[in-house]
Ligand binder design. Structure first.
Ligand SMILES: [Zn+2]
Length: 113
């Protein structure tokens, strides 16, 4: 088993043993449930910003959102291919494009002008 990084060990110390065990149990059960395939209801194009966790924002679990994340929601050919894949091959019904305030790339562009 690979050793967790120093950052991972530091984060892990902040979680109590009982919470860690419950979270691990839930994650293992959920991962087992989605092993046979994903059935996301939505594609979400969101920013890569680490402060914008799409699954948590929409209160969803593993397998429930197909996420495409790029800096500033700027989509290139690879990102568009990912969105097209989801729309063609997965049972998604909604495409959500989620911008956010204080986006680093948007703020950076504004400062340079
Ligand atoms: Zn952003």
């Amino acid at each position: 088993m690979p050793r967790p990084s120093r950052f991972g060990r530091s984060c892990w110390k902040g979680i109590s043993d009982s919470c860690r065990e419950a979270a691990t149990r839930d994650l293992i059960a959920r991962r087992s449930a989605v092993l046979s395939g994903q059935q996301p209801q939505a594609v979400v194009l969101g920013c890569s910003d680490s402060r914008i966790p799409l699954t948590q924002i929409f209160d969803q679990d593993l397998g429930e959102l197909f996420e495409v994340r790029t800096v500033g929601n700027v989509v290139d050919a690879v990102g568009m291919g990912s969105i097209e894949y989801a729309l063609v091959h997965l049972p998604v019904r909604v495409l959500i494009i989620l911008g956010h305030e204080r986006c680093g790339i948007v703020e950076g562009r504004r400062i340079r002008r």
